[in-house]
Write a protein of this length. Structure first.
Length: 231
């Protein structure tokens, strides 16, 4: 995606979230006039844990990861962000701080919406407020399900969950496999990098997946689902 593909006018943008369809003309105009579009290179931070939450970010292109920065430089990836998804976090109406970091995994574009502008719109438009609440709750449910996997499944079950999720929900346009760093896979499944690599090798030896350099190709999703259910 290049700069000419970024639509400055929200009225003609085909990449905005469906929840913004609940806005009145003047409300959408206000957001359109005050938003900022930013391009990020792979590896650049979009939102930083611990900083003041002044804007929400809507990813319109690319791919990003949302993760918690823990002690001793250990991270836990909560989920991956695809177009078109919005991220801000639980600090929006509490302490106004970001409680996780969002980092671009490839060249990405994001629209930033001023929190104060959003509050003005939410107060006036109850339908939009309900949609925002619904969207936030849906993201929380995803996190809750992930915590079940992390706390109640063995490592093989966690890797199976991750591979199925990545192939079916994140890299949906990559039928010939997807690329994810082994460290990110480890951070997504709550284990050491060495453990993630070992289990990938086991799955490869059992022909459940194919490891083609950095690429992972899921060959037997049903078998992975079985491993996932066994935990």
């Amino acid at each position: 995606m290049n700069n000419t593909e970024c639509v400055e006018d929200c009225f003609h943008c085909t990449k905005k979230l469906s929840i913004f369809n609940n806005l009145r003309k003047e409300e959408l105009q206000l957001i359109s006039e005050t938003k900022n579009i930013v391009k990020f290179r792979a590896g650049e931070i979009i939102l930083k844990q611990g900083t003041v939450l002044t804007h929400l970010a809507c990813l319109t292109s690319g791919l990003a990861k949302i993760y918690l920065e823990g002690e001793n430089d250990k991270n836990l990836i909560l989920r991956f962000l695809r177009p078109t998804q919005m991220v801000g976090g639980p600090g929006l109406f509490s302490d106004y701080k970001l409680h996780f970091t969002v980092r671009a995994l490839e060249e990405s574009f994001a629209c930033f919406i001023d929190v104060e502008i959003l509050k003005q719109v939410l107060i006036k438009n109850h339908e939009f407020a309900l949609e925002i609440l619904k969207y936030s709750n849906e993201q929380s449910i995803i996190d809750y399900k992930k915590f079940i996997s992390l706390t109640q499944k063995q490592m093989h079950g966690r890797i199976s969950d991750a591979l199925l999720h990545l192939s079916q929900n994140i890299f949906t346009n990559n039928p010939e496999g997807f690329i994810i760093s082994r460290q990110d896979l480890a951070d997504f499944t709550g284990m050491a990098k060495e453990s993630a690599i070992r289990i990938l090798k086991e799955f490869s030896d059992e022909n459940l997946i194919v490891l083609d350099k950095k690429k992972i190709i899921v060959m037997q999703p049903k078998s992975l689902e079985s491993i996932s259910k066994k935990g």
